[in-house]
Ligand binder design. Structure first.
Ligand code: NI
Length: 391
């Protein structure tokens, strides 16, 4: 491993590794991260350089450390929630909660940020740290609702950062490397629910009823044309209907059908156009089949976008943290980290998290796991993002 002045000591590393393994064993779903929040609070309180700020949220936590010298206020963000799935990867710290698993490595992010907090406290003791750092442990990233919760609870009344940094572990990249990609990194997205209302009755008398199932079939088929016919082939976009529900017995025409879908793109303009087409196709297909349709849109999440200025800075940070730069294509996964960019310039790292030579187990898979030694690099990146700022 390449050492830098931001490398954790063995003792510091063991402390956050123990935290990570405990968090991994006891994962909690989005919005229910009560114990996790409590454990982060205990960690912060056991190191007396930190003040836990008072934000009225049930889960998640904001902690602050102030340098003795005046300087910029910077926010570092990690997410803390887990996913509803069974863990298949065998280890001593395998999840003990059936059906819940840290399959996206948010335990890694949380522990890395705790590691960075130790580095910042050390820098403060050495008189090397100026300004204010706000450590934001965000709940409910998986449904992309947690950032909004914090914002609505007054996060940016409480803190006034001039820059925001976040990261995600990236299994396809080796430990020790980091992706500092300029431009669109992760997709803009809008989830939506479609409800098609018909009029149910006896299955043998279709002419007396209005069948929302046949209409839904037409809607599903027609929506395929949004990506293939309405969007430039040069734009990256995906539209998927991932859930459908309607009807019960074989002899009754259903009253209504409900579908859940997502549309996402690396171009905000392409997403605008897709949303416009979804509305028209759903409403007018329903009309053609004598049904009525409703679309319920979730909050639109913008692109995770790294500006040229912030990318230039991030690459310098990566070098100072002893990380090698790596390249990876952007992803159509989304991240509600994107919402923070409305409040301050932001940068999002992808930190390599698979040991050299190991098979890649990607995010959200039952076999997913992170190479723990990548915590050294992740903690260094978070800390260096602050300590290298405007030097
Ligand atoms: Ni994630």
């Amino acid at each position: 491993m390449k050492l830098s002045k931001y490398t954790l000591t063995d003792e510091e590393y063991q402390e956050i590794l123990a935290f990570k393994r405990d968090m991994h064993m006891h994962p909690e779903l989005s919005g229910a991260e009560f114990e996790t929040t409590q454990k982060i609070r205990s960690f912060m309180e056991s190191h007396n350089d930190f003040e836990v700020l008072d934000l009225p949220v049930e889960t998640g936590l904001i902690a602050r450390i102030c340098g003795d010298i005046e300087g910029p206020e910077i926010m570092l963000r990690a997410d803390i929630d887990a996913l509803p799935q069974n863990e298949a990867y065998e280890s001593e710290w395998k999840s003990v909660v059936p059906g819940v698993m840290h399959a996206c490595g948010h335990d890694f992010h949380t522990s890395a940020l705790l590691g960075a907090s130790l580095l910042l406290a050390k820098a403060k003791k050495e008189g090397q740290f100026r300004g204010i750092v706000d450590l934001v442990f965000q709940p409910a990233e998986e449904g992309t609702t947690g950032a909004r919760k914090l914002i609505n609870a007054g996060l940016f009344d409480l803190i006034r950062p001039e820059a925001v940094f976040g990261m995600h572990n990236w299994p396809s990249v080796e430990t020790g490397k980091v992706v500092c990609r300029e431009g669109a990194l992760m997709s803009a997205k809008c989830n939506f629910e479609i409800r098609i209302f018909g009029s149910g009755g006896h299955g043998s008398m279709p002419h007396l009823n209005i069948d929302p199932i046949v209409c839904s079939g037409a809607v599903i088929q027609s929506l395929q044309s949004v990506v293939s016919r309405n969007i430039s082939p040069l734009d990256n976009i995906v539209l998927s209907i991932n859930m459908i529900e309607g009807g019960r017995p074989a002899n009754i025409v259903a009253d209504q059908v409900m579908m859940k879908a997502t549309v996402r793109s690396l171009s905000e303009e392409a997403l605008d156009r897709a949303i416009e087409r979804v509305k028209a196709i759903v409403e007018q297909t329903a009309f053609a089949y004598e049904c009525r349709a409703e679309i319920i849109w979730s909050e639109r999440i913008p692109l995770v976008y790294n500006s040229p200025e912030m990318t230039g800075y991030a690459r310098a940070v990566a070098a100072a943290a002893g990380c090698e730069l790596s390249d990876a294509p952007p992803s159509l996964a989304s991240e509600d980290f994107a919402l923070y960019r409305q409040f301050a310039p932001s940068f999002f790292y992808w930190t390599g998290s698979t040991a050299e030579g190991d098979p890649v187990e990607d995010l959200h898979r039952p076999q997913f796991h992170t190479d723990d030694s990548a915590l050294y690099h992740a903690a260094a990146l978070y800390a260096a993002s602050v300590l290298e700022y405007r030097r």
